[in-house]
Design a binder for this molecule. Structure first.
Ligand SMILES: [Zn+2]
Length: 140
């Protein structure tokens, strides 16, 4: 069972069957030839075909207790490093404060916009649209 003979520097995609140059395959150090078995195009196609499923899976994975704990620990560690750095470096401390102010401002803006949108949606729902308007739109 030797490897199939294909042009030097090329390999056959295990999904679409095309013989393509190595550059068309993403790197994978664990593979014998250092490349993925599927070409990049096939990965793109697979991801778009399974988008919803993959997104749900990633979301489930990110919410496992291990991942939640990892993120928490990471944030704590980062904050500790930044705090120590800020104590030693007033300029860094000021940059850090400015970053947080900007963060808080954007967050407030996001919340304000969402509230406004919710209010507008509620107002829109309370308006009774006259029948002749909706039926005219349906006819066209
Ligand atoms: Zn392919």
């Amino acid at each position: 069972m030797g490897t199939e003979h294909v042009t030097e520097g090329c390999k056959r995609c295990a999904r679409c069957g095309e013989v393509l140059p190595f550059a068309a395959f993403a790197k994978l150090s664990a593979a014998l030839d250092g490349r993925q078995g599927w070409c990049k195009q096939c990965f793109v196609a697979y991801r778009s075909e399974h988008r919803a499923e993959l997104t749900a899976k990633a979301k489930r994975h990110s919410q496992t207790p291990e991942r939640v704990e990892y993120r928490r620990a990471y944030c704590r560690a980062r904050a500790a490093i930044d705090r120590a750095k800020a104590e030693a470096d007033p300029q860094f401390a000021e940059q850090r404060r400015a970053k947080w102010r900007e963060h808080a401002r954007r967050r407030a803006e996001r919340i304000r916009l969402r509230r406004a949108a919710e209010k507008a949606a509620a107002a829109l729902q309370s308006i009774a649209i006259p029948n002749h308007l909706t039926s005219a739109e349906n006819e066209s």
